[in-house]
Design a binder for this molecule. Structure first.
Ligand code: TXA
Ligand code: MG
Length: 336
């Protein structure tokens, strides 16, 4: 067991001594959880394969699921890839730093443990001062899968990281709640046409405004190009049951059905009408605002788990904008 230290750091003006200390931990091959604008990541020096292996061990992550490499400066691309296609350059220019991960052909310098043996590497420049300063202080890119036990909802608070990884990592940098709350959008630009492998914080509509129509990975063959999308993911302990938008009747029927079975039922809704009896149970009624819903989703799932809920009834959202990424996570969580 390691002793996991938590240090509070300013998101606006990260304290130099804390950043330097964290960079030193990484430099010595340790693991540091760090904030990004999407979710908290579990950092290790990308060019230290032994440290990267420890990331897989701490998360219980299958070795065939490759990691994202985080950079702070465009120069750092050079050690990771020999070629960024034009479309990748356009996207990076427009959306970095930000919630977009680009999959490109990897250079021979990238350790195999990161790419899980694929010929490509996933790279992103996060829009978060703590993350950027940390990478700069280490003077090397850092790997950063979401800092949760594999299969659990991604962490949007330092406390979530602690709940999952206490004793397994050296340090958590706590800069408060993450801004977006869903992971980055992963796009493969190593082939034509470019392909969205995972919907996320950067919405498809904004990408298409810039580069025209993109493909998405719905079929098996394409999914194999992003191994992570095939594993069980985003799941709380409780069973997740999706309800159509605004379907108060279905909500009440299912609430009754599961309660009658003796289950402890929780809910997350925004437009469904909740009767006063149900209201007094274990639920979250949230504002009808997709950005808030996305930001809070993983946190709400984790909070309900802490109450040892058996079933969570979750109101669906329209599959556009951020709603696409949310429904992707929720659908996976409901297929346990
Ligand atoms: O927002 C995010 O992306 C967060 C923060 C910490 O940056 N990170 C994150 O990492 O969500 P992770 O490891 O939980 O998810 C990375 C996804 C996985 O689905 C993985 O399979 C995919 O990216 N991926 C990584 N390298 C890939 C590659 N070379 N080709 C295709 N997919 C890849
Ligand atoms: Mg993850």
């Amino acid at each position: 067991m390691l002793e996991t230290k938590i240090l509070i750091v300013s998101p606006v003006n990260p304290e130099r001594n804390i950043i330097n200390f964290a960079a030193e931990v990484l430099h010595l091959g340790g693991l540091v959880a760090f904030p990004t604008e999407t979710v908290y990541g579990l950092g290790a020096d990308a060019f230290n394969p032994d440290a990267v292996k420890k990331v897989f061990e701490a998360k219980g992550r299958p070795a065939d699921n490759p990691l994202i490499v985080h950079i702070a400066e465009y120069d750092q691309l050079e050690e990771l890839t020999d070629h960024i296609p034009q479309v990748g350059k356009i996207l990076a220019e427009a959306f970095w730093p930000g919630p977009l991960t680009l999959v490109v052909k990897s250079s021979k310098f990238v350790p195999d443990v990161i790419t899980a043996g694929l010929e490509t590497v996933a790279i992103r420049m996060p829009d978060n001062k703590v993350a950027l300063e940390l990478i700069k202080a280490l003077n090397s890119p850092i790997v950063g899968p979401s800092a949760n036990i594999s299969g659990r909802p991604s962490p949007t608070l330092a406390q979530h990281v602690y709940d999952d990884l206490n004793g397994k990592i050296n340090l958590i940098l706590d800069a408060g709640p993450t801004h977006i709350g869903l992971e980055s959008t992963v796009m493969d630009v190593s082939t034509q046409p470019p392909l969205i492998l995972r919907f996320g914080g950067l919405v498809r509509e904004r990408i298409e405004q810039l580069i025209g129509e993109v493909q998405t990975s719905n079929d098996e063959k394409m999914l194999r190009r992003s191994p992570g999308t095939m594993h069980r993911h985003y799941s709380p302990e409780a069973k997740v049951v999706l309800i159509e938008r605004g379907d108060t009747l279905a909500f009440e029927q299912l609430y009754k059905k599961y309660s009658d079975e003796g289950k402890k039922v929780g809910f997350i809704v925004y437009s469904i009408t909740v009767s006063s009896i149900i209201k007094s149970s274990y639920g979250k009624i949230i504002p009808n605002d997709i950005e808030n819903y996305s930001r809070l989703l993983f946190q709400m799932l984790r909070d309900l788990d802490k109450l040892e809920i058996d079933v969570i009834l979750v109101e669906s959202v329209e599959e556009k904008g951020l709603g696409k990424a949310m429904m992707d996570r929720l659908t996976k969580a409901s297929h346990q």
